[in-house]
Design a binder for this molecule. Structure first.
Ligand code: MN3
Length: 264
């Protein structure tokens, strides 16, 4: 059966109208999705603003520098081995410093502290997030470890830990758990949040809780690197064993000093 030419034209018109309607609907739905995400992001930022930040890592003449390790490479033996420390500090950390310097060269970030950049991290390039984060995180990491260390914190930090987590042991469990369950590479943290409360959190890659992109924001006073480069030579895939030995090298006086800088 032949279709009358006018009918054919009408069908084509109908088809075109349907196509336009479906494009408009799809477009509307596609536009609504990012708008909702943007609103959520804005809410997150505004509820996260007021936590206190203390450490200032500012470039000198446009360049960040790798500080020497505050102890010998073999000082954390047998918990963290000498070769891991040499490669971790001398190559991995050095690479973050070199790369963040390249990434900030010729930009406003040459004169900004890392902490100021982190406040609006989402505005800046990924290379700065990864390498600036890497530099900041490792700088903290070396300082909150020491030889002949471990044990428990004392005074008001211990009191705060017991208040927020029930006991020092349940804090240890929560912190180790955060490190063990961080999928892939990242960090576990003890932070002081905007209310002055302690929280255990974790972040992926080289993010940290100072960044506006973090799920939970606050000032880190303790952090543990759970990238494989931090433990693989000695522990291979046994991340939980590395995490349980980490308690033997925590420099609690330094963690307490950082806590007091914030809560005083
Ligand atoms: Mn590392």
């Amino acid at each position: 059966m032949l279709i009358h030419p006018t009918k054919k034209t009408n069908m084509r018109k109908l088809f075109n109208i349907l196509a336009v309607v479906s494009m408009v609907l799809t477009g509307t739905i596609a536009c609504q999705q990012p708008a909702q995400e943007r609103e959520t992001a804005t809410e997150k930022v505004s509820e996260k603003l007021e936590f206190k930040v203390t450490t200032v890592m500012k470039p000198l003449n446009g360049k960040h520098e790798l500080a020497p390790l505050p102890y010998a490479h073999d000082a954390l033996e047998p918990y963290i081995d000498k070769m891991t420390m040499e490669i971790h500090h001398g190559r991995h950390h050095q690479a973050y410093v070199t790369n963040v310097n390249n990434a900030i060269a010729g930009t406003e970030m040459e004169t900004m502290s890392l902490e100021d950049i982190f406040k609006t991290m989402s505005k800046y390039p990924m290379a700065v997030r990864n390498n600036g984060g890497g530099h900041w995180n490792h700088h903290l990491f070396w300082e909150i470890m020491a030889p002949n260390a471990g044990g428990k914190p004392s005074g008001d930090l211990l009191a705060a830990i017991e208040k927020h987590f029930g006991s020092f042991e349940s804090f240890q469990e929560k912190f180790s758990q955060a490190g063990a369950t961080r999928f892939g590479s990242g960090w576990a943290w003890l932070i002081v949040d905007a209310n002055g409360d302690l929280q255990v959190t974790s972040t992926p890659n080289q993010d940290n809780p100072l960044m506006d992109v973090a799920d939970v924001q606050g000032m880190p006073i303790l952090g543990v690197d759970v990238w494989e480069h931090a433990y693989y030579l000695k522990y291979q895939n046994r991340r939980p064993e590395y995490l349980s030995n980490f308690w033997n090298v925590i420099n609690w006086p330094e963690v307490e000093r950082r806590y007091h800088e914030i809560v005083k």
